[in-house]
Ligand binder design. Structure first.
Ligand SMILES: [Fe+2]
Length: 229
């Protein structure tokens, strides 16, 4: 099977290496959009091995590298080294967290990237911890989320981690927003506004970075995941 998994019109995913954060095992996933220009937009880049670079080359040239929150820094610098002409866009708190990473632009509510007509973005507000930018790819009607919604694949985890992930609410297709992340949303009014913004987008699919994606009727799943706001 190719490393590139077609997911929607002009949108692919590519799975990366497993990582651990605070000892917790995570699978990783990069999302790739081919823009009308033919250039590639990569979201949450994984480590660019030669095989992965070859697979991407079959689609086009990477011109836009997106770090959607301050945690997902893994492949940003290696991608920038491989594609020096690519522009690096990062989440609001990313520059402070990664002063060693060269960036070109920071997302805020008013920023207008050159791909804004094809992919909309929104900085999800209300959490004192997570500064995640969520995206809507219009052509494939896909919502692209990184950490806010997680649906870890049980088969990848040991018994112990399955129980932990079940308890915090991120295991399997029923997963959603983890308990600790919910607790970080101390400004519920801002979170509510962000939820409304996301649900105003006309999406039908959901790509997430950790676990099961949703290839149809994703709206009700996202609504359910955010119903606590
Ligand atoms: Fe993550």
């Amino acid at each position: 099977m190719s490393m590139l998994q077609p997911f929607g019109s002009e949108l692919w995913t590519m799975d990366g290496d497993p990582v651990r954060m605070f000892a917790i095992p995570f699978s990783t996933r990069m999302t790739i959009v081919r823009l009308e220009s033919g250039n590639l937009w990569v979201h949450s880049p994984i480590h660019p091995t030669p095989g992965r670079i070859d697979a991407l080359r079959s689609l086009g040239t990477v011109r836009h590298i997106v770090a959607p929150n301050r945690i997902h820094s893994l492949g940003v610098s290696p991608f920038k080294e491989g594609y020096p002409n690519a522009e690096v866009w990062v989440s609001p708190k990313f520059p402070e967290a990664h002063q060693d990473i060269i960036i070109d632009a920071v997302f805020d509510s008013d920023s207008v990237p050159e791909w804004a007509d094809e992919i909309e973005h929104h900085v999800f507000r209300g959490s004192f911890y997570l500064d995640e930018v969520v995206f809507f790819h219009k052509l494939s009607r896909t919502l692209i989320v990184t950490d806010i919604i997680q649906k870890h694949v049980a088969a990848n985890d040991s018994f112990f981690w399955r129980q932990v992930k079940r308890l915090v609410g991120v295991l399997g297709k029923e997963g959603g927003v983890s308990l600790d992340l919910k607790a970080s949303f101390t400004n519920r009014e801002l979170a509510r506004q962000s939820k409304e913004k996301v649900l105003s987008w006309d999406f039908d699919r959901l790509v997430i970075s950790h676990g099961y994606c949703v290839d149809k009727d994703a709206r009700s799943i996202v609504e359910k995941s955010l119903s606590w706001i």
